[in-house]
Design a protein around this ligand. Structure first.
Ligand code: FAD
Ligand code: EPU
Length: 342
């Protein structure tokens, strides 16, 4: 039995992952509508073939060829759909670029997303790890999302509670979220906008800009400038942003570490736990700028692993394991990886 869908076979994923890893997929299909998604899921010729959902490929590590049908999420569309509780509701298709969407909301005079400017990837993947930067997380501006639930064969809406957002985490990263394809996301953006300058580095950059009351667009521009200074541009050097999550430890463990390492960078969390700067731990272990094969640690930010040219997924994994082992040995802290390994 053959499918009528325009699948591409033995498809190179090199341009579709920001690490620039050269892996091939068994088959590839662009999903630009819910109808196309329903068609591929209902296609008897494709039943039983494993599927991989792909957005911008900016939070994945391809550890080898992908023996699956890659469904590349490309559903477009963005619109203001109403207001609720002092917020403007804006809905966006899963395949839209995240940064493009942030700029669209700013052009509508809507603030709220500016601290998360320039995060790569798609809107549809933004809830997967509850993206965050410079003091704002997706959950702070989230209203609801629409999933195609492959188990039920139907669309349904999910609110924040069901998404179980946490630091770089959500239900979509766990078994309970398997089989859910995000097709659009709705954001609730405050009509009485105030800048969120709680993140020290952003507050300092705004102060240095001399802007007494910056607009949301100005805050966005400042965030873009900070990010361009600190993080490698994936178009130039392959990477997936932070490779590890910042580890969260108990106040007691943090105090013990501080006694031994007074310069430890840590931030108290609302629940009394402490978040440690993984970049600092890795940096202190001497990893900044080091390489293993074609994989390396970015010289300006130790939390970012990079592809220095032709790195394989296996080289990236080997480097990550070596870093984890060193941090564990020196600090007794386990570093959890942030991207999804495929
Ligand atoms: P992909 O990498 O394509 O996919 C990620 C996961 O989501 C995969 O498991 C995939 O199967 C799944 N998925 C994708 N689309 C869907 C869908 N529609 N429905 C269901 N599942 C789906 N992240 C931050 O949080 N903060 C940052 O500041 C940040 N900075 C970064 C800087 C750089 C330079 C880079 C390269 C990455 C950075 N990231 C950051 C990580 C990354 O940009 C985000 O995690 C982003 O949301 C990933 O989007 P994507 O479309 O590329 O997802
Ligand atoms: N640090 C070092 N050496 C380094 C890197 C960092 O000492 O090489 C120390 C510095 O003292 C710095 C601290 O670590 O003050 C924190 O570093 P930074 O401000 O660069 O932030 P981060 O913790 O490394 C996190 C997110 C980023 C997000 C920024 C801004 C995680 C895992 N990472 O990085 O998200 O953009 O804060 O909010 O939470 C991503 O998830 O991919 C990502 C890039």
């Amino acid at each position: 039995m053959q499918t009528d869908l325009p699948l591409q076979h033995d498809f190179s994923l090199r341009q579709l992952n920001t690490f620039g890893i050269d892996a091939r997929a068994r088959a590839y299909l662009r999903i630009d509508s819910v109808a196309r998604l329903e068609a591929v899921l209902a296609d008897a010729a494709l039943a039983g073939m494993p599927r991989l959902l792909l957005g911008g490929g900016s939070n994945i590590v391809l550890t080898g060829d992908v023996d699956a049908l890659v469904l590349h999420m490309a559903i477009l569309g963005k619109e203001v759909i109403g207001s609720e509780d002092g917020c403007t509701l804006v809905r966006c298709g899963a395949g839209e670029s995240w940064h493009g969407f942030v700029q669209y909301t700013l052009a509508q005079g809507l603030g709220g997303l500016e601290n998360m400017s320039l995060i790569p990837g798609t809107v549809g993947a933004s809830p997967i790890q509850n993206i965050g930067a410079y003091g704002t997380e997706l959950k702070d501006v989230f209203h609801s999302l629409t999933v195609y639930d492959t188990a039920r064969g139907a669309l349904r809406t999910m609110g924040a509670a069901e998404c179980r957002f946490a630091y770089r985490d959500s239900v979509f990263k766990h078994a309970a979220g398997a089989g859910l394809v995000i097709v659009d996301v709705t954001f609730a953006l405050p009509q009485a906008w105030q800048p969120n300058l709680r993140y020290g580095e952003l507050a300092q950059a705004v102060a240095e800009s001399g802007l007494a009351s910056p607009t949301a667009q100005q805050v966005s521009d400042i965030v873009v400038a900070i990010r361009q200074r600190k993080l490698p541009d994936p178009a130039v050097i392959g990477n997936a942003g932070s490779f590890f999550k910042n580890p969260v430890v108990t106040a007691a463990q943090c105090a013990a570490l501080l006694a031994a390492f007074p310069a430890l960078v840590h931030h108290a969390q609302p629940d009394g736990s402490e978040k440690l700067a993984a970049g600092w731990l890795i940096d202190q272990c001497g990893w900044k700028g080091r390489t293993m094969g074609a994989a390396g640690v970015y010289p300006r930010q130790a939390l970012v692993l990079v592809n220095n040219g032709g790195a394989t997924g296996a080289e990236v994994v080997a480097l990550a394991r070596a870093i984890q082992a060193d941090v564990w040995e020196r600090y007794g802290v386990r570093l959890e990886t942030e991207p999804v390994f495929i």
